[in-house]
Design a protein around this ligand. Structure first.
Ligand SMILES: *[C@@H]1O[C@H](CO)[C@@H](O)[C@H](O)[C@H]1NC(C)=O
Length: 372
């Protein structure tokens, strides 16, 4: 008995050490600071992906189990330094830090989420919260002329969509690594970041999130969607297709990539059916808005190692063209989601602190200097 346990322990130790060795020696871009921390973040994402993938294959949707959700939320809270603070919301400490540094009140919307609540639930929730605030700003101690909408990742998608919906009613939008479109999953940043930090940002991860948001939970179609088979030829050739053209909206001086748009794709109506309207629905894909003339001024943050990089840069240039005051901050040594690691907790990065500092200074200058 003792011997068997000893052999098991030895085997396990060997396996774990081997894995640790692999993780610590992975190739990652040389300009990232704290490379080991990045490797561990990436590993956590890879393990989570693998667990979800294999459970899905055997017909178990772990992501919708309440216990898995609570564990994930506790774990995420730990990463963000929320341990022992007694707050259920894993973002609480992060937001509190942000609010005190920016000297602003933050109202974090607890909107309905996928997979149980696909589009448009989250969009409707965010819009209705804003309508309530606008109806009676005093009740929420909000200065109605200084409202800023902000979001990170999928939240950036909502922030952009809500800013369009409430054009003329809010002062500014802050989009951090936002997801903006499903017209083209072969933008240069999608292609550049296929296998850089796949546990943090990859085409598969991104497309899976979009499909869930669209209530397309049959991931058998994922490989076809990745190839843009969901985009009908006439849609791609319409004015909407122009919004993702790198020649027009991704100037070379940014030096983010050597690639450019790939002209066209085949389409397959079977895949495209559920997605077809959403490709051009700006509440789902804010980048496809036909008119953005009166949307709020924007502060847009992008990261080099993010599949979503180029859509945010291209959207920025459309805003420039339409004379929306817009500040683009591109961080060449950052990855998707990096902004979260700017404040508290075991995972902190110099570039994240720098980005937070830049944003706080910007808000100081552009919000607090306005006479209310
Ligand atoms: C999402 O799809 C499921 C079937 O797969 C359906 O029962 C449900 O009503 C859909 N939800 C929405 C909001 O469309």
């Amino acid at each position: 008995m003792g011997i068997k346990v000893a052999i098991c322990c030895a085997l396990l130790t060997a396996l774990v050490s081997r894995r640790v060795y692999i993780i610590m020696n992975r190739e990652i871009p040389s300009n990232l600071d704290e490379p080991h921390l990045v490797r561990w973040l990436d590993e956590i994402g890879r393990v989570a992906d693998a667990v979800l993938h294999y459970s899905h294959l055997v017909g178990i949707e772990l992501s919708s189990w309440p216990v898995v959700k609570s564990l994930a939320s506790i774990f995420f809270g730990l990463l963000l330094g929320n341990a022992g603070s007694g707050h259920k919301d894993s973002y609480y400490n992060y937001l509190e830090n942000f609010a005190s540094r920016a000297k602003m009140q933050i109202i974090a919307v607890e909107y309905r989420k996928t997979p149980h609540h696909p589009f448009p639930a989250s969009f409707i929730d965010c819009v209705s919260v804003l309508h309530n605030i606008l109806k009676d700003p005093g009740k929420y101690q909000v200065a109605a002329d200084k409202i800023v909408i902000a979001g990170d990742g999928a939240g950036g998608n909502l922030a952009a969509a809500v800013s369009q919906e409430l054009a003329g009613k809010v002062l500014m939008q802050i989009l951090i690594n936002p997801a903006l479109q499903i017209m083209d999953f072969k933008t240069p940043s999608y292609l550049d970041n296929t296998d850089v930090l796949p546990g943090i940002s990859s085409p598969e991860r991104s497309v899976r999130n979009w499909m869930m948001y669209a209530n397309m939970t049959d991931f058998a179609h994922l490989p076809l969607v990745l190839e843009n088979y969901h985009v009908l030829q006439n849609v791609r050739n319409s004015e909407f297709g122009n919004y993702v053209k790198t020649e027009k909206y991704l100037p070379k001086y940014h030096e983010v990539t050597k690639r450019s748009s790939i002209p066209s794709t085949r389409s397959n109506y079977l895949v495209s059916k559920p997605f077809v309207d959403l490709v051009t629905d700006n509440r789902f894909s804010p980048m496809m808005a036909k008119t953005i003339k009166s949307i709020p001024n924007a502060y847009i943050i992008t990261a080099q190692y993010d599949v979503l990089r180029d859509e945010a840069i291209m959207y920025t240039h459309r805003l420039f063209d339409d004379n929306i005051k817009t500040k683009l901050k591109h961080y060449k040594n950052a990855f998707h989601g990096f902004f979260l690691f700017s404040a508290v907790g075991p995972f902190q990065f110099r570039v994240s602190k720098e980005a937070m500092e830049d944003l706080v200074n910007f808000l100081d200058f552009h919000i607090h200097s306005i006479k209310g």
